[in-house]
Ligand binder design. Structure first.
Ligand SMILES: [Zn+2]
Length: 406
């Protein structure tokens, strides 16, 4: 088979043909022309048009490589007289209207950009970073327009930070399907409102049953306004995070209070209290007793934390509530300011915390995806704008369909 025929078949050309293939040291150049008087399609509405208005100057498209040689397609586009649209550039079976790469290359690049950084992807295909950015943004726009939108019942709303907490985004996950639904630029109530009004709309808001979020999140009003029947659940992942922060705060302030000599004794004791006593060596036991003797505040904090965690195991709402009430009273008596603060936070959000016993929703999915977003942020020193970052998040986490190659 001739190479021209082979490439024509690969590109699935019907109204076009390959006239010549030239090989240079760096490229294979594929010359394309119209096939006889075959009808061409309008680039806007894809209607078959009889009249060619004029022939434009030659354009070039990058295609996938053959072996090591990158393919370049060259063709003089026709402008057609479309009865519906007027004079329009024809539809190219191998590329999107304004793209400078073929659809096959664009999809290959988009797939790799889910695994690698945009720089890495660009290097792999011998493109520049900007071309990759354009391809990913187009793929995301296509994916958002064409993705399936089944009813959503359980969502998690969370924030992610970029540039060490200078920029915040809000991310919304479908916790049943474990997929990213939406990204908002900022973490304010106003920034998240479009998720309810635009992404979901009133009809789809009605199917929401449970909304997981952090206690500090400013989204509760939005839920009341747009999904009044949904239950707010302050999820385990965030509550435990606040609890750990309270422990850490106690530990730090105690360490500041201690003398140098005492600090040496306390070194590496952080995990000792978490171990079972019968697993400790004599040396470790001694260090633990030093800890208990010198630093009752830290020990109290650890025991409070352990006691709190029992809450997650209760099956009956009443028992879970009793446990929590008891725990909050003892935490208030503990004289540990960070814990008192934590209790006050719990008191203000009790209903959404107790909902755990009924729904037992794990936000493990959220945690995993937040880590994925963090890794996207780390590997991409090239995201100069938040728009690029948002596109990359959608691209990697929303399971969007890629454009179909014709
Ligand atoms: Zn048309």
């Amino acid at each position: 088979m001739l190479i021209e025929t082979f490439i024509r078949k690969q590109l699935r050309l019907k109204a076009h043909t390959v006239t010549k293939v030239e090989e240079t040291d760096e490229h294979m150049v594929v010359h394309i022309d119209r096939l006889g008087k075959r009808l061409l399609r309008c680039g806007v509405c894809r209607h078959r048009c009889l009249e060619v208005h004029d022939i434009r100057k030659e354009r070039e498209w990058r295609d996938l490589s053959m072996r090591k040689l990158p393919l370049k397609l060259r063709y003089c586009p026709r402008r057609l007289e479309c009865p519906r649209c007027g004079v329009r550039v024809e539809d190219f079976p191998w590329a999107e209207p304004w793209a400078r790469v073929t659809s096959a290359l664009a999809n290959a690049v988009a797939k790799l950009a889910r695994e690698l950084s945009w720089q890495g992807t660009a290097r792999q295909y011998g493109l520049n970073w900007k071309s990759v950015a354009t391809i990913v943004k187009r793929a995301v726009a296509y994916g958002l327009k064409n993705r399936s939108r089944p009813p959503v019942h359980v969502i998690g709303i969370d924030e992610v930070s970029r540039r060490k907490g200078q920029v915040y985004l809000t991310v919304v996950y479908d916790l049943e399907r474990r997929v990213l639904l939406w990204v908002g630029n900022d973490r304010t109530e106003e920034a998240v409102r479009p998720f309810f009004t635009e992404e979901l709309g009133r009809r789809r808001c009605n199917t929401l049953q449970v909304i997981c979020m952090d206690m500090w999140a400013p989204y509760a009003n939005l839920v009341k306004q747009y999904a009044p029947k949904a239950q707010i659940l302050f999820d385990r992942f965030h509550i435990v995070k606040h609890l750990n922060e309270a422990v850490e705060e106690v530990r730090r302030s105690e360490m500041r209070r201690l003398t140098e000599k005492e600090k040496v004794g306390l070194k590496r004791t952080r995990w000792l209290v978490l171990k079972n006593p019968w697993n400790l060596s004599d040396d470790q036991k001694e260090r633990l007793s030093t800890l208990v003797k010198w630093n009752t505040a830290i020990v109290r904090a650890y025991y409070l934390k352990e006691a709190f965690q029992l809450f997650w195991d209760y099956q009956q709402p009443k028992r879970a509530k009793d446990h929590l009430e008891k725990w909050m009273r003892s935490a208030m008596r503990s004289k540990l300011e960070p814990f008192k603060k934590f209790v006050r936070m719990l008191r203000n959000h009790l209903d959404g915390i107790l909902a755990w016993t009924k729904y037992r929703l794990s936000s493990g999915a959220v945690e995993g995806m937040n880590n994925k977003i963090k890794s996207i942020s780390h590997r991409s020193f090239g995201f100069r704008t938040v728009e690029h970052f948002i596109a990359a998040i959608y691209h990697c986490c929303a399971r969007l369909p890629l454009p179909v190659e014709r």
